[in-house]
Design a protein around this ligand. Structure first.
Ligand SMILES: NC(=O)c1ccc[n+]([C@@H]2O[C@H](COP(=O)([O-])OP(=O)(O)OC[C@H]3O[C@@H](n4cnc5c(N)ncnc54)[C@H](OP(=O)(O)O)[C@@H]3O)[C@@H](O)[C@H]2O)c1
Length: 206
């Protein structure tokens, strides 16, 4: 790594090859950050200030393998953006226990594993956890029941970490449905991924 790259604050982003992730990379590079960007199957672009790391988070063992393999690079990051969090939309009458386990695994476990690793191994200043606009409202859902349950669990987890580690800033960001998302907004109201990325850049640079 060259001197310029070392002087830029390092940010690790999970699910960085997706819709919000790519907007975040562009926004944060523009604000002077160096990005360690996680992808699973494809790297959307190359940039001198973005280093891509491949990982499959479909089991706890695979997440831990990813952390072990990339320990040195991860340990240099002072900001963690827990962006990975697949959206599922199963109607309640056909919801299975395995759907609930799936959403807990893919949304809550990576947040837990990465936050714990960064607290213990990196000069962590801030964590951003990505939820969705209904998170925290504890309302009934017809379709996104298990997704909403998992995102609400992240609120409890994040608040618990925040009270235990007052020196680290924990942010909860609640995006509306984004333009280009696979799941469309019922009310038709969509925001651009850039809007959310720009908001996150603001909270990280204020
Ligand atoms: N999209 C929306 O409208 C919306 C609304 C509210 C909240 N959110 C939240 O915003 C965050 C970002 O959502 P998004 O829509 O930007 O995501 P997305 O475009 O669906 O991106 C999915 C990401 O997850 C990665 N991925 C897929 N399977 C994986 C696996 N098995 N292991 C590890 N990584 C895997 C993908 O990697 P590859 O592409 O490299 O395979 C990609 O980087 C999520 O937390 C989501 O819940 C989204």
């Amino acid at each position: 790594m060259n001197d310029i790259e070392q002087s830029r604050p390092h940010v690790f982003i999970t699910g960085a090859s997706g819709l919000l992730g790519t907007a975040l990379i562009n926004e944060l590079i523009g604000a002077g950050f160096s990005i360690l960007a996680h992808y699973h199957t494809h790297k959307p672009f190359e940039n001198e200030h973005c280093h891509w790391v491949k990982g499959d988070f479909s089991s706890v063992g695979k997440i831990r393998d990813f952390i072990r393999i990339n320990k040195e690079a991860l340990s240099s990051c002072s900001i963690l953006i827990n962006n990975y969090g697949p959206i599922t939309s199963t109607p309640l009458p056909s919801l299975k226990a395995r759907d609930i386990l799936h959403d807990y695994h893919h949304n809550v476990i990576p947040v837990f594993e990465f936050t714990r690793f960064f607290i213990n191994n990196a000069p962590l200043l801030a964590v951003v956890n990505i939820l969705f606009d209904g998170a925290g409202k504890f309302q009934p859902y017809k379709k996104i029941v298990s997704y909403a349950m998992a995102k609400n669990a992240i609120i409890s987890l994040s608040n618990s970490f925040a009270s235990q580690y007052p020196g680290i800033r924990f942010h909860l960001v609640k995006p509306s449905t984004m333009k280009g998302a696979r799941v469309k907004a019922k009310d038709g109201v969509e925001v651009s991924p850039h809007t959310i990325a720009s908001y996150i850049r603001e909270i990280l640079t204020q």
